[in-house]
Design a protein around this ligand. Structure first.
Ligand SMILES: Nc1ncnc2c1ncn2[C@@H]1O[C@H](COP(=O)(O)OP(=O)(O)OP(=O)(O)O)[C@@H](O)[C@H]1O
Ligand SMILES: Cc1ncc(C[n+]2csc(CCOP(=O)(O)O)c2C)c(N)n1
Ligand SMILES: [Mg+2]
Length: 341
């Protein structure tokens, strides 16, 4: 019997292969990762013109692409990291609606010089992250081009028939809460950029680790608004506040004195106090979940209170973010310019 993974006599790069063979690599990885996955609403999976699934609740859909040079570099990340990163950041938006991600379709532009072994690792990274999110990859598209682009679309639903938690529901008096440790991805990016390639922050830059179940958990606990932090806490919180017509007041004393960030500052020769604060307030791509909860309600495990929602004033209009009572200039990642602003 021939070993499907034995490439000793077959094509080595995409250029020597065929579209069918590349698709087969992805479908095989998706099938392996889905083994033992509980039954789903999937009616038609990979292989036809489109996938089909049965819907009995609201369906949540989001797409979020990653582009070589903008979101990752081949010198910094393995193919498995790149596949996992793409799925994680798309699936995170489903959790950020308070929903469970179920299915992913992933469009890919690969480069013809890529080794098929690297394509396999990328496919496995993507499928494994989908599994971690509780989802499976049920389709996609493959083409080739000048750089690697991964464009996953994630689809989710509400196990208990609930409805989505929007950006618009935060109300004055609500408690603001955040999951995870903000700033680590941004610190990791700076460390890798200056040649310090190994460490916790660097790994989190390569592959964010969204805590997917915390989205539905926030919804079940009555979250009034919810989002994931991708462009930095100040910028995403400001967007949430603008949409809700409110002001946020962050309490810096609630922020963890994160030793991973302090160590990163030392390695980079930066003043730890200001560098840690800057990373925590403006660093993107951690995919922590930022939620508002009605005053006095229980905050679900995995979240920590970090401030309050206030009424806008003549001085501080909707979208203003105060830090310890003082208005802050909104800085963070600017996707149009592809840089921190
Ligand atoms: N090309 C587009 N056409 C239609 N709607 C779009 C387009 N690009 C973005 N949107 C919509 O605009 C809203 C904000 O998009 P954005 O990409 O900033 O979301 P996000 O969750 O903050 O993503 P990111 O993780 O990329 O920061 C979303 O509702 C999105 O669907
Ligand atoms: C090589 C490299 N340089 C910089 C960054 C940082 N970065 C890129 S996109 C983004 C936020 C989300 O943007 P979008 O909304 O465009 O997805 C951030 C913080 C990176 N990941 N890789
Ligand atoms: Mg989002």
């Amino acid at each position: 019997m021939t070993d499907p993974y034995d490439r000793s006599s077959g094509p080595e790069t995409i250029a020597e292969s065929t579209e069918a063979e590349i698709i087969q690599i992805f479908t095989a990885a998706a099938t392996r990762a889905a083994a033992g996955h509980p039954p789903t609403t999937l009616v038609v999976g990979n292989g036809d013109d489109a996938a089909v699934f049965a819907a009995s609740t609201d369906v949540v859909a989001s797409t979020d692409m990653i582009v070589e040079g903008t979101h990752f570099r081949r010198q910094w990340s393995t193919p498995a990291d790149i596949g996992a990163r793409a799925v994680a950041q798309a699936a995170s938006d489903i959790a950020a609606m308070g929903a469970q991600v179920r299915y992913i379709v992933i469009a890919l532009s690969l480069t013809t010089d890529m080794l098929l072994t690297d394509v396999e690792d990328l496919a496995t990274g993507a499928a494994t992250e989908a599994r971690r999110a509780g989802a499976r990859i049920v389709g996609g598209d493959v083409t080739t081009g000048p750089c690697i682009v991964l464009a996953p679309m994630a689809l989710g639903d509400f196990e208990d028939g609930g409805s989505a938690v929007l950006l618009s529901g935060a109300r004055p008096g609500d408690t603001l809460a955040l999951s995870g440790l903000p700033g680590r991805s941004a610190a990791g990016l700076e460390l890798i950029s200056s040649g310090h390639t190994d460490g916790i922050a660097q790994d989190l830059f390569r592959v964010p680790r969204p805590e997917y179940p915390l989205g539905p958990a926030a919804r079940r606990c009555g979250a009034t608004a919810l989002t994931d932090v991708t462009d930095g806490l100040l910028r995403d919180l400001s967007g949430l506040c603008r949409t809700s017509g409110v002001v946020a007041d962050l309490d810096r004393s609630t922020f963890v004195d994160d030793e991973v960030l302090r160590d990163a500052a030392v390695v980079l020769g930066k003043d730890p106090r200001s560098a840690v604060s800057e990373w925590q307030l403006t660093g993107g791509e951690d995919h922590g979940l930022l939620a508002s909860f009605p005053a006095g309600s229980d905050i679900p495990a995995g979240y920590a209170a970090c401030g309050v929602i206030r009424e806008p004033t003549r001085e501080h209009g909707p979208g203003t973010v105060l830090v310890d009572g003082e208005a802050r200039k909104i800085s963070g990642w600017d996707s149009a310019r592809g840089q921190q602003t």
